[in-house]
Design a protein around this ligand. Structure first.
Ligand code: FAD
Length: 519
């Protein structure tokens, strides 16, 4: 009886897939025989969810959603798509869909909802070895917040983070995974020892710097083009208990960037006199909603009048972590690190918070915005890496000119430097060719009717850079012509193409990036 019910359900599903034009005549019978038929979903709610992302700008309708119970279910789907020659069936892994330009979508293809693998299967396992010290094996679908929670039980934690922890391991490793820790520990992709990947031919491969190295380096920062990551082995360090969290205000950009660069120049991993986190932000009156909440109620009026007087303020945000061992010296250590910086002494603001509270700080903002109905709105973001040698020109031409003239910027504007030597050039991620470069993130949120205005500003920023020879690289890149992608990857383009031909020869994976599949 059970078998009859399963067969009836499967035929119903296949007839729905048939109606949604996913399957051709010959695929009909093959799909029926696939063991994953019961994990494919075509109901309107599942389709709607996979058609949008955090950006709420792009909308692509997939033919079906796969909710795998095991990584093997994904391999079955990819192998089916690869071996089925009549029509190419594109497949996109979707972590949380926190992309902003449809990168995790698959128009008429299958979106793989990675989170359905859950925590139980390929969750987080902490181990230790003589050569690696502590490390964690984590599922590609795992959220970083869950990785944190699990590793803390063992007194250890990943060393490199993103600002927001409700992102998946597979999603951030497909880009780079950056935050204030990057100057010291490198991006998250620099802290991976090994991965399990399902390639575009449906093969399961383990890769590391020694085993299948080409796949390993291609996948890291590879925008989902070479395989679906089901496990990553990541570096861990001792977990601190608390954080001294400091903000310092400047009204002069040159003083701000000089101090930032000085702070990131001490960047050896085991240096006690180094900070653990260095970021920075642009404060304006019109984006005060995004930065004012850090400061106490009594400080806010004076900051608002300051930002009115100067139009632009620059804020260096740093943190130093500590535990029982360093508790007695933390204040002195911090004072030593921050001495001789050129912000006014009255413009240093300090908090002492738990380590998890610090790492999970964006969640608080998210919940607040959710409550106000301001989280699920369009996000016309622009993230750039700007070479240090041109950051002053960028400041004059973009912040002082375009941003002030347009006067529309809302949301956070991040500005902070990183060290090139913490990145591995063999990986697919692309950064400027200078020892130090800045990340500049315009994290705009807009209304449903006016996101194009922000996009126009983004375009003007990019045009300014092009016209003035500022060789910026987009982070979380968004292009839709081959020429633009060639320019983006520069000398890495040929290797990127070769890896695609080797690991995903039918160009099935992550079509939403628009690198090999143009709409
Ligand atoms: P998705 O958007 O679902 O997928 C992104 C891409 O990765 C797609 O091409 C997808 O096909 C591919 N992919 C997903 N899973 C896998 C997998 N297992 N194997 C292979 N490919 C896969 N980024 C930072 O670096 N630092 C930050 O501080 C930061 N903060 C953010 C804050 C917010 C509020 C948001 C919305 C985003 C932030 N991001 C940040 C950007 C974020 O890292 C990327 O958007 C990332 O891709 C989102 O992860 P996701 O799991 O939602 O991936």
């Amino acid at each position: 009886r059970c078998m009859t019910i399963t067969l009836v359900m499967m035929s119903a599903l296949v007839s729905m897939l048939w109606q949604s034009k996913l399957v051709t005549d010959s695929q009909y019978h093959e799909l029926l025989s696939l063991p994953i038929a019961g994990n494919l979903h075509v109901d309107p709610e599942s389709i709607r969810e996979a058609s949008v992302d955090f950006g709420l700008i792009v909308r692509e309708i997939p033919a079906a959603i796969l909710r795998p119970s095991y990584p093997e279910d994904i391999a079955t789907l990819v192998a089916f798509a690869f071996n089925e020659s009549s029509i190419p069936l594109t497949i996109s892994a979707r972590g949380c869909g926190h992309s902003v330009r449809g990168q995790a979508m698959a128009c008429n293809g299958v979106v793989v909802d990675m989170t359905s693998l859950g925590n139980k299967r390929h969750g987080t396992t902490v181990s230790w070895s003589r050569s690696l010290g502590h490390y964690a094996d984590v599922g590609g679908q795992q959220l970083w917040i869950d990785v944190l929670e699990e590793t803390l039980k063992h007194g250890v934690a990943p060393v490199s983070w993103t600002d927001y922890l409700y992102l998946t391991v597979g999603g951030t490793l497909s880009n780079a995974g950056i935050s204030g820790e990057t100057f010291r520990y490198g991006p998250q992709i620099s802290n991976v020892y090994e991965m399990d990947v399902i390639t575009g031919t449906g093969h399961f491969l383990t890769c590391s710097p020694n085993k299948n190295p080409k796949l390993f380096y291609s996948v890291l920062g590879g925008l989902g083009q070479f395989g679906i990551m089901t496990r990553a082995r990541i570096a861990l360090g001792p977990a601190p208990k608390r954080a001294k969290w400091v903000r310092m205000l400047y009204n002069d950009f040159s003083a701000f960037s000089t101090d930032q660069e000085r702070l990131i120049s001490r960047h050896e991993r085991d240096q006690d006199e180094s900070l653990d986190y260095v970021e920075g932000q642009l404060f304006m009156r019109q984006n005060s909603d995004s930065w004012l909440s850090f400061f106490s109620l009594s400080d806010r009026p004076r900051l608002m009048s300051l930002v009115t007087e100067h139009e632009l303020l620059y804020c260096i945000e740093v943190a130093k972590f500590y535990d029982e061992r360093t508790q007695s010296t933390i204040d002195k250590d911090l004072e030593m690190i921050l001495k001789d910086l050129s912000h006014g002494p009255e413009f240093l603001f300090q908090k002492d918070v738990g380590y998890v509270e610090f790492l999970n700080r964006v969640r608080v903002e998210e919940l607040m915005l959710q409550e106000q109905g301001l989280w699920n709105v369009p996000h016309p973001w622009l993230n750039l890496f700007v070479p240090k040698s041109r950051i002053a020109d960028f400041h004059t031409g973009v912040f002082k000119s375009i941003v002030l003239r347009k006067n529309i910027t809302t949301g956070l504007v991040l500005v902070y430097p990183m060290n090139n030597d913490k990145w591995d050039d063999r990986m697919s991620a692309v950064i400027p060719d200078e020892d130090v470069f800045y990340t500049v993130g315009f994290l705009h949120s807009s209304g449903f009717e006016d996101w194009q205005e922000f996009d126009l500003q983004n375009k003007e920023v990019l045009l300014f850079c092009e016209d003035n020879g500022i060789k910026v690289k987009q982070y979380l890149p968004n292009y839709n012509t081959e020429r633009a992608w060639m320019q983006h990857f520069g000398p890495k383009w040929r290797a990127f193409q070769e890896s695609k031909a080797q690991f995903d020869p039918k160009m099935l994976l992550s079509p939403g990036q628009n690198i090999f599949n143009y709409n």
